[in-house]
Write a protein of this length. Structure first.
Lengths: 546, 123
C-alpha cells in the first residue's frame, strides 16, 4: 500500500514537474499579458494535481531501478560457471543449508524501495508538522503581544473597507507590538494585526483593503494548499520553487485586486504605504541570510506591477490549457500503462485447452514487476501457492477436473522452491521444485525414485541423458503438448521414455532424482509457452482461484 | 534593572493595555480593552502581581485605581522578542500568514529605483 502510494507520488511528481517547468518558462509572458489572478489559479490547479497521486494499477511510466544487494553466486541452476559438485553422500546436510539460506533471505527482505517509501512518508509528516507547529507557535506569540483596537476611527475605516469589498463576517482588529508589518491570520477566525506604529487614515485604509482582499480571496487557504503540496513533494525542488513563485503571485494578485480601478495617484499612495513598511524594517534585518531566489528583484517587480495600469486578459484559455495538461498528465501515464499491457508477449494460440489459463499464467516480466513494486504482495503470492497446492491435492474432495495439468510428481506436494526470485532476488527460478516435506523426516529420501508423470498428453521432443554433475537440469525430458505449450522435467534419476514417443497425461516418463544442479532429490518442473517459461501454478491449480 | 521576568499571557495582556494608554490607565479602561471578557477580580489579581513585580505603579484617584507603567514597552519587548521577527519569516509557518510585506533585504539601489518609480508617475 505504502509502496503503491509512493510510486503514485513519484509518478505525479515527475509528470507535474514537466508542467511546472513549462509554466515557469512561460511565466514572464504570463505576467505580461494576463492578470496575476490567472497565475494564482494555475498554481492552485497544479498544487491540487500534486496531491492526487496516480496510483500504479499497472506498470508505471517510469520504472525505478533498484539496487540489488551484492551478487550472490552461491548456487545457480541452469547456469554456466563452475559450481562445485555437491556431495551426493550427504545430500540432507546440503539441503538444510539451502533451506536456511532461504529463510534468512526472507527475513532480510526489506526492499530498498520500501525503505525509500518510508523515508518519503516520514519526510512528508515532518515537513507538514513542522509547518503547522511553527504556525501555531508564531500565532500564539503574536496574540500574546496583541491588544484589541477600540479606536472609533480605525474601527470605522475597517467597517467601510468591509462594505466596499462586500465582507459581512466579523473580522477582529488587533494592534500587535512585535510586528513590523500588518498581517492577516487565522483560517477560521480571521484577524488583522497592525504593527505598533503611528499610521495615517489613508495608510490604514490601504492596509485594511489589502488584508481584507487576502481574506476575501481565501489566500490563506491557498497558502495552506501550496504548503501541503510542498510537504508531500519535499524531495522535488521544482515544487519548492513553485511554492515560492506562488507566494509571490498571491501577493501581486492581491495588489492588483485592490488597485484594479484605482487612479495613478491612488496607486502611488498604495505603493508609498508598502515602501513605508519596507523602510521601517530596513535596518532591523539581518541582510542576506534568508535572501535566496532573488528576493531583491521581487520587490522591485512588485512595485512595477503596482504602478502598471495596462489592461490584462482574464486568461480563461490559458487556465483551460493548464487544467487540460494537469488532467492529461494523469491519462498520459495511464496510456503508457495500456501500451505496456498490450506489449505482453502474445503467445496465445487460437484454440486448444490451454487458452483458458493463458492470461492467468504469470510471465517472468510480471513476476519481476510485482517483486519490484510490492515485495509483500509478491511474497504473499508465493506462500499462497503452496497453500493452494495443498488445498487442491491433499484433500479428497479436490476437483481435479478443473485443473488443466496432471500433477507431475503424484503424492508429493511440497514446493521447495516456487516460480520466481530466489536467493534474495539475485536469481530467477523459472520452474517449481517439488520435494519431500522435510518437517516430517529431515533424513527422508523417500521421494527418490518415485514416478514422474506427463502433465498432459503430448510428444517427447527431447531426452537428455548426459549431464555434468552439479550443473543444469541433469537428466531431463521435454514434452510438447501442441499449441506452443511444452513442459520440462529435470533432475531425474531415470528416464523411461524416448524421443518421439507419444505420451498420455499421467503416464510415467521417469523417476525423481538429484542429477545436475541439485542438493537433494527433487523434481524441477517447468511450463513453457512458446518457449518462454511461465508460472506453472496457473496450469496446476484450478482457474477459479484467480 | 538587569532582567525582567517573562510575564504570563494574562499579565502581558493587561500590561499591553497600560502601555497602549497614555499616562494613567484606570481599571475600567483595562476592562474595556480586554480581548475576552474577564471578571474584575481576575484583572485585579494580574494588576496586583504586576505591581509587586515592579511593572506598574498604582495610584488611587477618586474611587478608581490608576496605573502607570514603570517599565517601558521597548525595554520589555526587546528582551523577550529579540530576533522574533527574523525567526517568524524564516519559519515555514509564516507562509500561513498574509503579511503586507515579505522579509526582504533591500539594497540602496533598489530603494532608489522604487522611489523613482513612485515619483516618476507624479507628473
Amino acid at each position: 500500500m505504502l509502496n503503491e502510494l509512493f510510486q503514485g507520488i513519484i509518478n505525479t511528481s515527475l509528470a507535474v514537474s514537466a508542467i511546472i517547468l513549462l509554466v515557469m518558462l512561460l511565466l514572464p509572458l504570463l505576467h505580461k499579458f494576463y492578470r496575476a489572478r490567472v497565475n494564482c489559479l494555475i498554481w492552485a490547479i497544479i498544487a491540487i494535481r500534486l496531491l492526487i497521486p496516480v496510483l500504479p494499477e499497472n506498470p508505471p511510466a517510469i520504472a525505478i531501478p533498484l539496487d540489488r544487494e551484492m551478487e550472490f553466486f552461491w548456487q545457480q541452476e541452469e547456469n554456466i560457471g563452475e559450481i562445485p559438485q555437491m556431495n551426493q553422500e550427504h545430500p540432507v546436510q546440503t539441503v538444510r543449508t539451502e533451506r536456511s539460506v532461504q529463510f534468512k533471505s526472507k527475513l532480510d527482505e526489506i526492499s530498498p524501495f520500501t525503505l525509500l517509501a518510508a523515508v518519503w512518508l516520514a519526510g512528508t509528516v515532518l515537513f507538514f508538522l513542522h509547518g503547522m507547529e511553527s504556525y501555531v507557535r508564531t500565532r500564539k506569540r503574536l496574540l500574546r503581544w496583541s491588544v484589541t483596537i477600540q479606536d472609533k476611527q480605525v474601527c470605522g475605516i475597517l467597517e467601510e473597507c468591509k462594505k466596499e469589498l462586500g465582507i459581512r463576517r466579523n473580522i477582529a482588529l488587533y494592534q500587535c507590538s512585535v510586528l513590523n508589518t500588518p498581517i492577516l491570520m487565522g483560517f477560521f477566525s480571521p484577524r488583522i494585526l497592525l504593527p505598533d506604529v503611528a499610521l495615517t487614515e489613508k495608510q490604514i485604509r490601504c492596509i485594511l483593503l489589502h488584508e481584507l482582499t487576502h481574506y476575501r480571496r481565501r489566500d490563506l487557504w491557498m497558502k495552506l494548499l501550496v504548503m501541503t503540496a510542498g510537504s508531500v513533494h519535499w524531495f522535488n525542488p521544482l515544487v519548492w520553487l513553485m511554492g515560492k513563485k506562488a507566494e509571490e503571485d498571491i501577493e501581486t494578485a492581491c495588489d492588483a485586486a485592490v488597485l484594479h480601478k484605482s487612479s495613478g495617484a491612488e496607486r502611488r499612495e498604495y505603493g508609498a504605504v508598502i515602501l513605508f513598511f519596507i523602510q521601517a524594517n530596513h535596518h532591523t534585518h539581518i541582510p542576506l541570510t534568508t535572501n535566496f531566489f532573488e528576493n531583491r528583484h521581487q520587490i522591485v517587480r512588485r512595485f512595477e506591477k503596482i504602478m502598471e495600469t495596462k489592461k490584462k486578459h482574464n486568461g480563461t484559455l490559458c487556465m483551460a490549457l493548464v487544467l487540460a495538461a494537469a488532467i492529461g498528465s494523469m491519462t498520459l501515464v495511464g496510456f503508457v500503462d495500456v501500451q505496456a499491457a498490450n506489449a505482453k508477449p502474445a503467445a496465445v494460440p487460437e484454440n486448444g485447452v490451454t487458452v483458458v489459463s493463458k492470461d492467468a499464467a504469470k510471465t517472468r516480466q510480471e513476476q519481476e514487476e510485482l517483486y519490484r513494486k510490492d515485495k509483500k504482495a509478491y511474497e504473499a503470492q508465493q506462500e499462497d501457492f503452496q497453500k493452494r497446492v495443498l488445498a487442491v491435492y491433499d484433500s479428497s474432495s479436490a476437483d481435479l477436473q478443473a485443473v488443466q495439468m496432471v500433477w507431475p510428481a503424484p503424492g508429493y506436494y511440497n514446493i521447495r522452491m516456487p516460480y520466481g526470485f530466489r536467493y534474495d532476488g539475485t536469481d530467477f527460478h523459472v520452474g517449481i521444485d517439488i520435494a519431500d516435506f522435510l518437517e516430517n523426516d529431515p533424513d527422508s529420501q523417500e521421494i527418490f525414485g518415485k514416478d514422474v508423470v506427463a502433465a498432459q498428453d503430448g510428444t517427447v521432443v527431447h531426452v537428455q541423458t548426459e549431464y555434468t554433475p552439479g550443473r543444469g537440469y541433469g537428466l531431463c525430458v521435454i514434452l510438447d503438448h501442441g499449441d506452443h505449450l511444452s513442459t520440462l522435467y529435470g533432475q531425474l534419476s531415470k528416464i523411461t521414455v524416448e524421443e518421439g514417443d507419444a505420451v498420455k497425461a499421467g503416464q510415467k516418463i521417469g523417476e525423481i532424482g538429484s542429477t545436475g544442479f541439485s542438493t537433494g532429490p527433487h523434481l524441477h518442473f517447468e511450463v513453457r509457452e512458446a518457449g518462454q517459461a511461465v508460472d506453472p501454478g496457473a496450469y496446476l491449480l484450478p482457474d477459479d482461484a484467480e | 534593572m538587569d532582567t525582567l521576568k517573562r510575564l504570563p499571557d494574562s499579565e502581558l495582556e493587561v500590561m499591553l493595555i497600560i502601555w497602549n494608554g497614555e499616562g494613567k490607565v484606570s481599571t475600567s479602561d483595562i476592562m474595556q480593552h480586554l480581548k475576552k471578557k474577564k471578571s474584575v477580580q481576575l484583572v485585579q489579581n494580574s494588576l496586583n502581581r504586576l505591581e509587586s513585580k515592579g511593572f506598574v505603579k498604582c495610584e488611587k484617584i477618586g474611587r478608581l485605581n490608576h496605573y502607570t507603567p514603570l517599565v517601558s514597552l521597548e525595554a520589555y519587548r526587546s528582551q523577550e522578542t529579540a530576533s522574533f521577527l527574523e525567526k517568524m519569516y524564516e519559519n515555514s509557518g509564516s507562509k500561513l500568514f498574509a503579511a503586507l510585506i515579505e522579509n526582504n533585504s533591500l539594497s540602496e539601489d533598489d530603494l532608489q529605483t522604487i522611489k523613482a518609480m513612485l515619483e516618476k508617475d507624479e507628473e
